[in-house]
Design a protein around this ligand. Structure first.
Ligand SMILES: [Zn+2]
Length: 60
């Protein structure tokens, strides 16, 4: 991540954290095809993290 000392830094780290959670939850799946998810599914977790945290962004 490139830090620019803006709100975008926070949004990016929250977004990428969503991808990390998705990856951790995918790991125990036995079928490899279930781990190769399309981008619209991959972005669901990360953008949901943005949505969930959005009400706290004003602290930044
Ligand atoms: Zn993403």
């Amino acid at each position: 991540m490139n830090s620019t000392n803006t709100l975008r830094d926070l949004v990016t780290i929250v977004h990428e954290g969503g991808h990390a959670v998705q990856s951790i939850l995918d790991k125990p799946l036995e079928l490899v095809d279930f781990k190769n998810i399309p981008s619209e599914v991959a972005e669901l977790a990360s953008m949901s993290m943005e949505l969930i945290s959005m009400e706290h962004w004003h602290h930044f």
